[in-house]
Write a protein that binds this ligand. Sequence first.
Ligand SMILES: *Cc1c(COP(=O)(O)O)cnc(C)c1O
Length: 368
Amino acid sequence: MNTYKLLTPGPLTTTDTVKREMLVDRCTWDEDYKAVTQKIRRQLLELGHVSEDDYTVVLMQGSGTFGVESVLNSVVGAQDKVLICSNGAYGERMTQMCQRAQINYSHYAQPYDQIPEAAQVARLLAEDPAITHVAMVHSETTSGILNDIQSVGKVVKDAGRVFLVDAMSSFGGVDIPVADWGIDFLVSSANKCIQGVPGFSFILCRRDQLLASEGKARTLSLDLLDQWKTMEKDGKWRFTSPTHVVLAFSRALDELLAEGGIAARHRRYVENNRLLVEKMRALGFSTYIDGAHQGPIITTFFYPAGVSFTFADFYQYIKERGYAIYPGKLTEAETFRIGNIGEIYPEDIEKLTGIIADFLAERKEAIA
Ligand SMILES: *Cc1c(COP(=O)(O)O)cnc(C)c1O
């Protein structure tokens, strides 16, 4: 059915059974359909290891960015200030959201190959009592680095602030005990590690913090609390829900559990990633992120030396042989990225790295 598999971190390669769910049209006020939304919300709480007493889930139309923007625009009020810790494009995007909505923020920017440090966050919070919220990305898909949200969450809680996490490309593929790590709002989306198709994001919210956001929202369509109030009644979405995507996501959640839950999916992704890095190193490629902070989701590689190389040529060569990879997103170095999430197995990594070996051999011959 697939013409090529996606080695991109969302949309990603989904199973045929997930895709098949989208062949049915559903009525948005039908009880069976609304029950699917409620089931999804319960399953997401379980994946986050949190109870319905303390946490609740809001599903929000749009891609992941809409979810992040919904949280920033809905919970950081006019009297509040958010500290944004960034080490990549997605962290920086949060500063753009604040600029657009005139949300008061300060920015702790790290180089893309280094993680935001908990000690530095603690210092910044001590220095500026006006800061009420801290926002940060878990898996920075820009580079593939995995940030230490557990340590940062601890200092945020110790300082009595609210913690917002973009766990877009990690939730479902990396275990996140949401309450234990002090996360008040966690955002992820349908088309990443849960392995659904694009169309909505979801937010795990601490109930008391969500309720405390009453009256703060700056937009109507992204109003998190308003969205929750409607959905909480009986599972009906506030505005048109992406019905086909919801059904596919429900199936994807069941398939995640059938695989053995987050632990099993994490093992598969880690093994994909380990094999990818090992094989690519053997071919002479080096990684942008060092071993300690490299996450299991996506890896950034430098362009190879000693061969004539353009990304377009490389991409086309690999695509013709069954896989789509990702361009780099760094400004300071020439890189490309290979994701290993989705319906991807070590056999795929073996095949891909075989294709890349052939590419290098052909291009070296061309030079010689
Ligand atoms: C994918 C992703 C997003 C959201 O991107 P969209 O294109 O809006 O889906 C946000 N943050 C991170 C870290 C991501 O990987």
